[in-house]
Design a protein. Sequence first.
Length: 212
Amino acid sequence: MGQKVNPKGLRLGVIYNWNSRWFFSNKRQFRDALISDIKIRESLMKKLAFASITQVDIERAINRITIIIYAVKPGIIIGRGGKGLDDVKKFVLEHLKIDKKKKDFKIDLKIEPVKKPYLSPYYVGQSIADKLIRQFPHRSVVHNTMNRVLEAGAKGIKIQLGGRIAGAEISRREKYFKGTIPTSTIREDVDFARYPALTKSGYIGIKIWICK
């Protein structure tokens, strides 16, 4: 069971909350809001990657949208005198295709700092990918990362690499474990993330499970 179900999706409503929080009874509104959320989240993840964003939560009301950004380096996003926040608001407005003259609609931005980045699987995947792209030896990268995660206070970690690892001609999968990862126990706080690393020999897929 542990491999077939997304560990975070399995625990939705039990341990984790939804990343998009709103409700529309109209099917068309629901569809449009869902597609809009996905586009906003993906574009913000790319645009603000330099600040090591780990998660973007979106809450909607009738004339208001609240975007909560979890970042390892929140000061870079905010900028001097909050100039960075204004740029992010303009960026979101362009994606929502809302007329700037419409005064009723409000965008609230909240920047939350990630105090322990090595307990966030997305950040861990990002740091492994950066090193694999720079052609560091993959085994030492993975083992060093696992040690850092356990030092941050995690119970266990599992990392899976898939693709042409170290430029091999035939793609393969490698799994690394440390500590305990009970993937089928719903009450256990197991976080999960995927991250792709584009190396010279092709993509290497990285999957990370962290038991907090």
